[in-house]
Design a binder for this molecule. Structure first.
Ligand code: DX5
Ligand code: ZN
Length: 221
């Protein structure tokens, strides 16, 4: 079984102290740092560009960065985030004219590639590309904002994909993003997920170490 990865989303961090916040959450036991890129076009919100990622890496953050692109188009920013130092890059298929090409752009840079499915995106978008992906990211809220409630039907989609991954003998990870908290993380893992994004559940906690440890103990049950 793959080790579970906990990925705090910096969208919920105190942005005036971003470097310190990311350093603290990495020290608190985060496995990877989830970096939400929004363009006010694909989603109705605007966040961080590659210069911020580069600055965080220069600042000395040791954890790897998981870049979630909510932008359209995607290819140019894939190149820019690859050069900035991303370890994982995912994008939404409807935001790329040539999904297979965008995946190859990520893979050719030696970066782990993921495709993101919104709550209403069918699993069929994965049909001809699943074998190329390192992970599939299920949005369990509609993308654009932190602090929303987990959409429960996501669990059925996760279970269906997990069964397909196992049947095909693939090694694809399943990441879940949106409304993941201590009280539902075990259920999300039982459905087949092994990477968990959590924004408000971690950055909204008084003690990041306690919040991450509580999640890990739920996962160990
Ligand atoms: C939403 C983002 C998420 C968000 C999750 O579009 O992709 O990563 O930060 O936030 P929480 O964990 O607060 O739902
Ligand atoms: Zn995200």
């Amino acid at each position: 079984m793959k080790p579970y990865l906990i990925a705090p989303s910096i969208l919920a961090a105190d942005l005036a102290r971003l470097g310190e916040e990311v350093e603290n959450v990495a020290a608190a036991g985060a496995d990877i740092i989830h970096f939400d890129v929004m363009d006010n076009h694909y989603v109705p919100n605007l966040t961080f560009g590659p210069a911020i990622l580069e600055a965080l890496i220069k600042y000395g953050i040791k954890a790897e960065f998981d870049v979630h692109l909510m932008v359209e188009p995607v290819d140019d920013l894939i190149n820019q985030f690859a050069d900035a130092g991303a370890s994982y890059i995912s994008f939404h298929p409807e935001a790329s004219k040539h999904v297979d090409r965008s995946i190859s752009l990520i893979k050719d840079k030696g970066i782990k590639a993921g495709l993101v499915l919104n709550p209403a995106t069918p699993l069929t978008v994965l049909d001809h590309v699943l074998h190329k992906l390192d992970f599939v990211l299920f949005m369990s809220v509609n993308p654009g904002f932190g602090g929303q409630s987990f959409i429960p039907h996501t669990l059925d989609k996760i279970k269906t994909l997990k069964a397909r991954i196992d049947e095909l003998g693939l090694d694809t990870r399943i990441e879940v993003d949106g409304g993941v908290k201590t009280n539902n993380i075990a259920e999300v893992a039982a459905a087949g997920a092994d990477m968990f994004v959590a924004g408000t559940a971690i950055f909204g906690a008084d003690d990041y170490t306690v919040a991450i440890n509580e999640m890990r103990s739920e996962l160990a049950k």
